[in-house]
Design a protein around this ligand. Structure first.
Ligand code: NAI
Ligand code: MG
Length: 352
């Protein structure tokens, strides 16, 4: 029994998440999961109609849910960043979703941009700290708009914040890791305060996980390794800004944004699952958007809601669709968004 808040959002958000819902609804009926969905009208349309971005009443209501399934927000008719800040970041901070979980998994050999590296090599997870670091929003200007202007942006690492993300990453590696190994990625040779704290926290927490191998890479070195030897990684834990950057590199080596999924997680509160791509206004409304990332986001939500076998079946259906080329034009197929969703449900049905 879980209550899922469904926020389709803007542009292709509705088109792609509708395919995820097809899969979820199929499982719900077939296995009597008792999932209940409620749709929330948030995004550009509501803002343009009423001026509201995220009314307090909606936030309070969302508190009663178990998870959020989100498409994407952002619309060319609205000032850039307004909806992203007002909805995505708002939810992330309100529910203290301190974990950003980003699987970097190649699902089809041909999508690999790396020579000689395939499905068995590109398969790891980045655990990104999602609430502090240099994105905490602390800083200011002095003498703004003068030749003597000074701007500062402070990097915040709290011991509690670092401990909890590192603990999650160790637990994750222990539970799902293939080796299992946890790599900490930082810049401790230069950020001698903030990332010295990371180093100590990693070392101390690691003592509780004797069965998890430990490794350290500086962020610049890790970008090279991700390209040259992605197979060495299992789980990587890193700070907010480095996580932002290396997960984009990760999205490319896993076959592009069309395959990239993100979970904004707080295990004790409400987590939010979404495709990494945006609302793609350039192709919205044409039923050609690739729904695989949105469907994989639904799989990640199933995993979080403790249905690992259903998550696995969903992933298997995606792999099947890719192998039979039952996919959209952006990744080399010729199906519509809706046809891909229908195929995925069919594939799950025949393999169950
Ligand atoms: P975007 O990811 O929406 O699109 C970039 C390019 O990739 C476009 O050419 C688009 O057509 C293509 N694309 C994206 N998703 C696709 C899919 N599923 N299938 C096929 N093609 C796909 O990024 P862009 O254009 O920078 O941003 C558009 C809007 O989305 C902006 O308002 C932006 O702020 C917002 N945005 C929202 C995000 C979110 O809700 N999490 C994340 C990124 C951007
Ligand atoms: Mg980014």
């Amino acid at each position: 029994m879980s209550n899922i808040a469904y926020i389709p959002g803007d542009g292709i958000g509705e088109e792609v998440t509708r395919q995820g819902l097809k899969v979820l609804n199929y499982f719900n009926d077939k296995h009597d999961l008792g999932l209940k969905f409620e749709k929330f009208d948030l995004g550009a349309e509501r803002y343009l109609r009423t001026g509201e971005i995220m009314p307090d009443g909606v936030l309070n209501k969302l508190e009663t849910f178990d998870a959020i399934y989100l498409g994407a927000v952002g619309d060319p008719r609205v000032e850039p960043g307004l909806l992203e800040k007002g909805i995505l970041l708002k939810l992330r901070f309100y529910f203290d979703q301190y974990i950003n979980l980003r699987p970097i998994k190649l699902y089809k050999e041909e999508f690999s941009p790396l020579k000689g590296k395939g499905v068995k090599d590109i398969n790891f997870t980045v655990v990104r700290e999602n609430t502090e670091g240099i994105y905490a929003g602390i800083g200011g200007f002095l003498k703004k708009d003068t030749p003597d202007e000074v701007a500062t942006q402070e990097m915040i690492s709290t011991r509690k914040g670092v401990d909890r993300i590192i603990k999650y990453a160790f637990d994750y590696a222990q539970k799902y890791g293939r080796k299992p190994k946890l790599t900490v990625c930082d810049k401790s040779n230069v950020l001698t305060y903030a990332h010295n704290l990371w180093q100590r926290a990693f070392k101390e927490m690691g003592e509780n996980y004797p069965d998890v191998a430990k490794e350290h890479y500086l962020v610049d070195a890790i970008t090279m390794k991700m390209v040259r030897n992605p197979e060495i990684f299992d789980v990587i834990v890193t700070c907010n800004i480095f996580g932002d950057i290396i997960t984009d590199l990760g999205a490319e080596i896993q076959g592009g944004m069309g395959m990239a999924v993100s979970g904004n997680i707080n295990p004790d509160s409400i987590s939010m699952f979404e495709p990494v791509h945006g609302s793609a206004p350039d192709i919205a409304g044409q039923n050609i958007a690739n729904p695989l990332a949105a469907v994989l986001a639904a799989a990640m939500m199933l995993q979080q809601l403790d249905y690992p076998d259903l998550a696995q079946k969903t992933e298997a259906a995606v792999v099947d669709a890719l192998s039979k080329n039952m996919i959209t034009g952006d990744i080399g197929g010729d199906l519509s968004t809706d046809e891909v969703g229908d195929y995925l449900v069919q594939s799950i049905k025949t393999n169950e």
